[in-house]
Write a protein that binds this ligand. Structure first.
Ligand code: ZN
Length: 383
């Protein structure tokens, strides 16, 4: 076991020695990545960190920075644009790439990946018990966990408004309009909205951090802890990420097994500060020879060449297809009939049911409506 410090009740939400070690490792990797880069570093940094039980050294598996997301003119249907470049979202995309890479290392006979065969789902793998995943964020996530959230929005689902740092509450009218490609891309209008990181991280506590496509191969992966480096208002963050889910019932909302309502440990540092943003967003994940990639958060493309990022959906689709072709279980069948990215998401039936269950809970409990992008953004194919 790790030598966690014994805490008094008052200290339970403060960063402990392990959390500080995580922060040090994340910052060290980040500083090495930005060394010699001709960019101004962004101020919000997030990372997925793997802990191996019995080993006191945390292992950084992905890093993301960024405070921006694309303008409606940059929205595309070909899967080659990254829509949301907030640090948490980018770090999670990098984490997905790390998972795809680990899947290619898996063989049933050897012990060289982080996965083993699942006991609860047929034809799937799960994270071995000895590995725990932690999320580090240098500041509280945007939305209702943020110190800047309006008082009446503190437990509500909120979206970010285009070219603005304002958080807006959601209702059924807005939610419906956002299903329309023509509405969100209307020239000269700033209609495009995206859910805040507080809501996205809260959603991960039910559907897992692996996303829809990886759930074809994996049981849900939940965060063991969330460590917040600054702007941590304990009650607000706990409410946004954990306590909003307290009344969520598996039976009422039909949450399928093995999904569950997971409550990660959340600790942080108050240290109130302003995080100015800029358009750069960088990403890195643990893979042999992986170098930092710098993107323009407004364009959702690489900063200098303006080509597609390795974290765009199209690239993740390619990584998905490589795992399908490994020959395990019946994964090869997933690519029969050349499905679209949207079809693969829809076919991940348990994941989809879990997402719908949560969305219905939010709606019927008065938290608001989950805003989705129009389906057109996911209708591209692999070839
Ligand atoms: Zn955010």
């Amino acid at each position: 076991m790790l030598p966690h410090r014994i805490c008094s009740i008052r200290d339970l939400h403060k960063m402990n020695e392990f959390d500080k070690r995580v922060e040090q490792h994340v910052k060290k990797v980040h500083d090495l990545l930005i060394m010699n880069q001709p960019i101004e570093p962004t101020h919000v940094l997030a990372a997925f960190v793997c802990e191996t039980i019995g080993n006191p050294t945390p292992y950084v598996v992905s890093i993301g920075t960024g405070t921006n997301w694309i303008a409606h003119e940059s929205l595309t249907k070909d899967g080659r644009t990254v829509f949301d470049s907030h640090a948490e979202v980018i770090a999670r995309r990098g984490f997905k790439r790390y998972l795809y890479n680990e899947l290619t290392k898996f063989t049933p006979a050897s012990d060289n990946s982080i996965f083993c065969v699942s006991d609860v789902s047929d034809g799937k793998l799960c994270l071995k018990d000895k590995y725990k995943i932690h999320l580090y964020i240098s500041t509280s996530p945007c939305g209702c966990a943020s110190p800047h959230a309006r008082h009446n929005a503190r437990d509500k689902l909120t979206t970010r408004k285009e070219r603005s740092y304002e958080f807006l509450m959601t209702d059924s009218k807005i939610s419906k309009k956002h299903q329309s490609w023509d509405y969100v891309t209307e020239q000269g209008k700033l209609n495009l909205r995206t859910m805040t990181c507080s809501d996205k991280v809260c959603q991960w506590n039910v559907v897992g951090v692996q996303g829809a496509l990886l759930s074809h191969f994996l049981d849900p992966i939940y965060l063991t802890s969330i460590i917040i480096g600054s702007n941590f208002i304990k009650d607000r963050v706990q409410l946004a990420l954990n306590r909003r889910l307290e009344s969520f019932s598996r039976e009422i909302y039909n949450l399928p097994e093995p999904f569950c309502v997971h409550s990660p440990r959340i600790r942080g540092r108050v240290n109130i500060q302003i995080n100015d943003g800029n358009k750069t967003s960088l990403n890195w994940y643990s893979e042999l020879g992986c170098q930092v990639e710098v993107n323009n958060g407004f364009l959702g493309r690489t900063f200098f060449e303006e080509t597609s990022s390795r974290l765009c959906k199209k690239e993740l689709f390619t990584a998905f297809s490589e795992v399908c072709n490994l020959g395990f279980f019946h994964w090869g069948r997933l690519l029969e009939d050349n499905p679209t990215y949207l079809e693969l998401k829809e076919n991940a039936s348990s994941y989809k049911e879990a997402k719908t269950a949560l969305s219905n809970y939010f709606k019927s409990s008065g938290f608001g409506h989950w805003i989705r992008k129009p389906n057109e953004v996911d209708t591209f194919r692999l070839g």
